[in-house]
Design a protein around this ligand. Structure first.
Ligand code: KIV
Length: 268
């Protein structure tokens, strides 16, 4: 399989489910890619998962460049998408374009992701015109957690459902190659999916999306901190790693590791 393009991802809609995860470094990107993941997101969740912040708000362009460069060095078959961090898309267009250019030219990313709905459609249209492929992001927008006062599910009221429909439609019209929707009511996902011709990727959005996203450390059991209730854990590598560290510490303290060096007598 060759490197997937934004067009290959678009063409998967209605044919095969699109498998997406996050990666923040070379190692995880290599493992996810070798396992056949279609799309790797260098999410700004790296602020919480890799850097220990409480939210994604402190994440900067510089941090994204550092981690995204490592992911792109994995030379994956998967499409690599980089999150535009907090407030950058609301800054001047030149500032946003400069950040996106760094992600594509300096890191080697294939596309960017922007949190926001129809209010960002004109900005996204300009980015696409400038040659920057964009993944939209609707529903829960973690970068607005301070405004929301926390995380919650979206689409419960008719007004919110209508807003979500306007969001996905305007993102497609602006040229987004796919739209991620986070923590929405599961029973409206099929309406959002059918409202657009580009793929709808869900995270905490139920079965009816064209693809699924799960944070890599949530699915492998490596997240140190709260894990969303919708995340499924497919392995418990965190416990395995703790066992390995404890076994190593015990052997060092007991003089078992490293093994005694056997002196080989030199023949005269
Ligand atoms: O930063 C992130 O990990 C995200 C998730 C919604 C996948 O945007």
């Amino acid at each position: 399989m060759g490197h997937l393009s934004t067009l290959s991802i678009r063409k998967m809609k209605g044919h095969s489910k699109i498998v997406c995860t996050t990666a923040y470094d070379f190692g995880m990107a290599t493992l996810a890619d070798q396992a056949g993941v279609d799309l790797i997101l260098v999410g700004d969740s790296l602020g919480m998962i890799m850097l220990g912040y409480q939210t994604t708000v402190p994440v900067t362009v510089e941090m994204m460049v550092h981690h995204a460069s490592a992911v792109c060095r994995a030379k994956t078959n998967a499409l690599v998408v980089i999150d535009v961090p907090f407030a950058v898309a609301s800054h001047s267009f030149d500032y946003l374009l400069d950040a996106c250019s760094r992600f594509m030219q300096e890191c080697g990313a294939d596309a960017v992701k922007i949190e926001g709905g129809e209010e960002f459609a004109p900005t996204i249209a300009r980015l696409v015109d400038a040659g920057v492929p964009v993944m939209g992001h609707t529903g829960l927008l973690p970068q607005r957690s301070y405004v929301l006062g926390g995380y919650r599910r979206f689409g419960k009221t008719p007004e919110e459902k209508e807003q979500l429909l306007r969001d996905v439609r305007s993102l497609e019209k602006a040229g987004a190659f796919c739209v991620l929707t986070e923590m929405i009511c599961h029973d409206i996902a099929h309406e959002l999916r059918d409202a657009i011709t580009v793929p709808l990727i869900g995270i905490g959005a139920g079965q009816d999306c064209d693809g699924q996203m799960l944070v890599s450390t949530d699915l492998t059991g490596l997240t140190q901190g709260p894990v969303p209730s919708f995340a499924k854990r497919y392995a418990n590598l965190g416990d395995e790693a703790k066992r390995a560290f404890a076994a190593y510490a015990k052997e060092v303290r007991e003089g078992i590791f490293p093994e005694k060096t056997v002196k080989i007598e030199k023949k005269p």
